[in-house]
Design a protein. Sequence first.
Length: 229
Amino acid sequence: MTTLTMPGLPQKLADRYQSWRQQRSALQQDWRTVRWLAVDLETNGLDCGPEGILSIAWVPMQGGVIGMGEARYHVIRTDVPLNQSVVHHHLTTGDIAEGADLRSVMAELAAAMTDAVLVAHHAGLDWRLLKAAGPYTGVAADPLAVVDTLQLERRRNAQRYQHDQMGATPFDAYTLAACRQRHDLPTRTAHHALEDAVACAELFLAQAWKLAGSGSLTASQLVRQGRPA
């Protein structure tokens, strides 16, 4: 890789600018040529930090198809007091005790995320935890961009709910299950990281194919439409 040199600009900033240019160039391609990585985290409550991550799963997509052979699922070992989330996420205390170290899982995830766009449903929650896990584990995740399938669906259905309930959107309109149902996707078991990652990947592909239609669609167009709130 050629190192960018810019007179008067510190090399660290020059490297960052070069990385930004490469990312921007990659996202100008047709969406099918870019790597996407659907990710799901299950946690010990909604307001926990990275120490409360209970399981992580991811599945890659490229060429408009899901690479199930490269899918990964890890239960994470943690010492924090567990609440009812373990049952909710189909885990046991024994599973947690025998789980993997978060740092090793983050290293594997970071490698899988190289030159890929992270995709998640309600991505702001998962991305917040993954960013916090960087300084916590010493391993930073650095995707090309982040796409939220919830936001893709919200923009697709903006007119549908514009006049409902005096402009209010039904509270359950954008759950993963509800979004999948609108695309005629089959029901999947919820609140299991791998099942949810695959469910998110299937939803994303359905959304992308419909947005592309018979025309072209770049990865950057998908990123813009699916930017997390």
